[in-house]
Write a new protein. Structure first.
Length: 577
């Protein structure tokens, strides 16, 4: 969120309509894709390190564009991430041994941006196939036949210029052994380390552990009995009794078998729901309006919290300040800039808003925020310091508006730790920029999905962003119904519940450098998502009646315009089905 009026954010990537042209050009590549044959029983995968479990061994990536990552993965514990940059399309290649006059089935699983899979040097017709990108794993498949004198071919993957990173996993070149053999079969994996208890409720305990090399799945045991399995390195055990201690262990599995059990940890369920009686328990309505309240004077109307209209259900106090301790934050009321508004008045106004059924939360970040949570220590500092602010001021929760980016691993840990301290009534909101929610592989999106069970709403900022891809792969310009609905669709289809998706827009033309839309456009977009009416050229494949609502920057800019935004959008949100 911006602290200064009518200024644009620092430089950001934008996707222009060129993306559509790229799709047309790339479509020509499909003319060489062929018939996918079924491999024979004696066939082997002649590609080496096909699951990238050994880093980039056997692979060469152009311009240092490739790296292995532990998330997302399709199988095992690693996958390839390759990032196009400038004139480099992030091509990664491997030369594999093949037999002449033989047919091979070529396939791989891909995710993220534009991804191509192909083979050259076949001695016959080289082939390739591609996808314009997806937020989940999808399989690319084709086949090729070698020539009479062909003993090796080059298998490749690449992305597309100016597009986001793509991921590849579990590649296969299946056919007769060309003399190079194949990867050895799996061995039984080691026992998982780092088993830890996360969020607990009266009936569930969340667990996490370190990923194990070579593992394709994990089995969780409660008091020695198997309770659940998962392919990831976390799980939530449900159906438990309140205020009861349990012992948990976990094993790693693959085709070779199951590891020995990890060391055990003890987890105790909460008492009657686990809420802290010291934390206000005001609940967020089914359809809610969020407004950011400015703790500074930048030309908008100076307000006390008591001045914020009743149409706002969540009031995000902007902003908490970073301290010299990594990850820790504090809050300093700008009494001088707010016409002598005192801390005691501020605290009393929080209680009054809560008595009226409203939620007042502390926002961390903003345009100039510099809070960084990138280690276990900083995650602990963040959780402890935010909880201290909750206790001191009576905030209902926290908003994450870190425009300098987030580290999903440690922000997830921080928010789960905070949730354990504050209880199940904690309100957690997020305000990522549009680029942050283009793919589930992004750190903001991964954080949202990582705390989905405790997340209240993501109010993405649909402004100051330029053109972006919608969930249908088309490019949309900001300031339209299509921009709001097609980008919201990415979140709705990417794993967030409708109740966790809100539309973040400026309250007036002074509230942001670009992307302002009239309240009528916001209402039309909400109707399109919730009821299938009022849509532009983009219409979602289904409706989302539970969509949470809308957010604005800010209540102060809204007041400067006579509260025109909240007077129009507030009643409409509250009237959604």
């Amino acid at each position: 969120m911006e602290r200064s009026p009518v200024t644009s954010r620092r430089g950001r990537r934008t996707r222009q309509a060129l993306g559509a042209a790229v799709a047309v050009v790339a479509a020509g590549a499909l003319s060489v894709t062929g018939l996918v044959s079924t491999a024979q029983a004696a066939d082997v995968n002649v590609a080496k390190n096909a699951g990238f479990e050994s880093g980039l061994a056997n692979w060469t990536c152009s311009g240092g564009s490739g790296a292995t990552v532990s998330s997302p993965v399709h199988g095992g514990t690693s996958a390839l991430k390759a990032t196009p940059a400038g004139q480099d399309n992030a091509q990664c290649t491997q030369t594999v041994a093949v037999k002449p006059n033989s047919t091979y089935a070529l396939s791989s699983w891909v995710q993220g941006g534009y991804a191509y899979l192909g083979v050259s040097g076949t001695g016959t017709t080289d082939v390739s196939t591609w996808t314009p990108g997806s937020t989940s794993w999808s399989q690319l498949s084709t086949s090729f036949r070698t020539g009479a004198n062909t003993t090796s071919v080059t298998v490749y993957t690449h992305g597309w210029y100016g597009q986001s990173a793509y991921f590849v996993d579990d590649l296969s070149v299946s056919g007769p052994d060309g003399g190079g053999g194949t990867d050895p079969g799996p061995t039984i994996p080691a026992a998982p380390a780092g088993l830890a208890v996360g969020t607990t409720t009266a009936s569930s305990v969340s667990l996490s552990w370190n990923a194990v090399s070579g593992a394709t799945g994990y089995t969780v045991y409660k008091d020695g009995a198997k309770v659940t399995t998962t392919t990831g390195n976390s799980a939530t055990v449900t159906g438990l009794t309140a205020n009861t201690a349990y012992q948990f262990t976990v094993t790693a599995t693959n085709a070779a078998g199951e590891s020995v059990k990890s060391g055990s940890v003890s987890g105790r369920t909460a008492v009657g729901g686990g809420t802290d009686p010291g934390v206000p328990s005001t609940s967020v309505p089914k359809h809610a309006v969020t407004g950011y309240w400015q703790n500074f004077n930048n030309g908008a109307t100076v307000q006390k919290l008591s001045d914020v209209p009743a149409n706002y259900d969540i009031i995000a106090v902007s902003f908490a300040d970073a301290t010299s301790t990594p990850g820790a934050v504090t809050f300093n009321l700008d009494s001088a800039g707010l016409n002598g508004y005192t801390v005691d008045q501020f605290k009393a106004d929080i209680k009054a808003k809560q008595a009226a059924g409203k939620n007042v939360i502390i926002s961390v970040g903003g345009e100039k925020g510099s809070v960084s949570v990138n280690s276990d220590a900083s995650a602990t500092n963040f959780a402890n310091s935010v909880y201290s602010l909750i206790q001191e001021y009576g905030f209902n929760g926290v908003d994450i508006d870190l425009e300098n980016g987030v580290n999903s691993t440690y922000m997830t840990k921080a928010l789960r730790s905070l949730s354990q301290k504050a209880g199940s009534g904690l309100v957690i909101t997020m305000a990522p920029q549009t680029i942050d929610m283009q793919s589930t592989a992004g750190e903001y999106f991964k954080t949202a999905l990582g705390i989905k069970d405790i997340l209240t709403v993501v109010n993405m900022q649909y402004y100051n962003s330029g053109s972006m891809l919608g969930c249908d792969g088309k490019v949309y310009s900001q300031g339209s119904v299509d921009f709001l609905t097609a980008l919201a669709c990415i979140q709705l289809e990417g794993g967030l519940a409708p109740s966790q998706v809100g539309l973040g827009v400026p309250a007036s033309t002074s509230g942001a450098g670009s992307g302002y839309v009239a309240p009528s456009v916001v209402n039309a977009a909400l109707d399109c998502l919730a009821k299938g009416t009022g849509c532009g050229s983009f219409k979602p494949s289904k409706t989302y009646p539970g969509v949470r609502g809308a957010m604005t920057w800010s209540t102060n800019w809204d007041a400067k315009s006579g509260n025109a935004w909240s007077n129009a959008v507030g009643p409409h949100v509250h009237g959604l089905p």
